[in-house]
Design a protein around this ligand. Sequence first.
Ligand SMILES: Cc1cc2nc3c(=O)[nH]c(=O)nc-3n(C[C@H](O)[C@H](O)[C@H](O)COP(=O)(O)OP(=O)(O)OC[C@H]3O[C@@H](n4cnc5c(N)ncnc54)[C@H](O)[C@@H]3O)c2cc1C
Length: 308
Amino acid sequence: MSSVLVIGECDANGVKAATMQACNLASDLGETTVLVIGDGSTGVDTIPASRVIVANASELKYYDPVKYCAIATSVAKETGAEIIIMGATAMGKDLAPRLTAELEWRYAADCIDAESGHLVRPAYAGKVLVKMKIETGTVASLRPNAFSAKEGEGGPVEQWTGEIPESEITTDGIEMSGGGTVELTEAKIVVSGGRGLESPENYDKIIRPLAEAMNAATGASRAIVDAGWVPHSYQVGQTGKTVAPELYMAVGISGAIQHLAGMSGSKCIVAINKDSEAPIFKVANYGIVSDLFEIAPILTEKMKNEIN
Ligand SMILES: Cc1cc2nc3c(=O)[nH]c(=O)nc-3n(C[C@H](O)[C@H](O)[C@H](O)COP(=O)(O)OP(=O)(O)OC[C@H]3O[C@@H](n4cnc5c(N)ncnc54)[C@H](O)[C@@H]3O)c2cc1C
């Protein structure tokens, strides 16, 4: 049985969903230890693992690649980890390759599945799927929401007692931007708008109320980001964020290959487009061929009534 280390994340709201998803895969692979680095430990006692190690200090409040990588490396060595798994979150995308280099292991980035002893990850903007054998010396990051979350009893929690390394990086604060009130990559539902909306005012009038009614995060195509309607942090796609929510709603988006690269892993895709030939319909589970200005407000009202 392999020894698997999960690098977990938690904030004031508790343990991130991406951590519970990493725990699920880890438990299939072997004995799981979870390391959580930060200045708070809300909910760590709910993490289902054989062992939960918490490195808790005020100097660790914000992600610092030097400190976090050094602590993760030392815990990996102490626990005899053979495989390391974490979410491909903002932190995971930076930490995972650093840790791989530090340990001189191999890296499977942004995995979307695991089957028959292999990790599956998209490459070339999702045009091909690469299968990497899961073997000793692998660091893997998992696309948020691509795996289901582990459920079960929390494991025993212990404090990490090592020395925090020096770093020349000083972070005074982190400001959340874009994606509305729900973080785009972690959201269960994403409502995205494209050039079919015709103006930034219509994004506010159509997309935001629909997203709010569904408790969803808001996303966008690159066309409207480049036009300055919404910030880049909203962009979904090859040069934006990759999302895999339960439900992705594409409103007035054509479905260019670069957009699909960031959302085609969604569990259910709904597209509203007045052009029945739009490529988005090739990946959509449900398609509405209609004028978005007629359909979206009706949906918003229905959703408000359903949820309230
Ligand atoms: C290197 C590179 C990287 C890229 N990265 C990204 C990326 O990360 N993300 C991304 O999104 N794009 C990316 N792009 C751009 C991509 O190729 C497309 O240009 C872009 O996705 C198009 O955005 P859109 O679908 O909003 O606009 P359009 O392609 O103009 O589509 C608008 C759609 O709205 C529909 N529509 C119009 N009016 C209505 C109406 N009233 N009701 C219903 N439907 C309506 C139209 O039928 C059309 O299908 C990249 C391109 C390159 C070259």
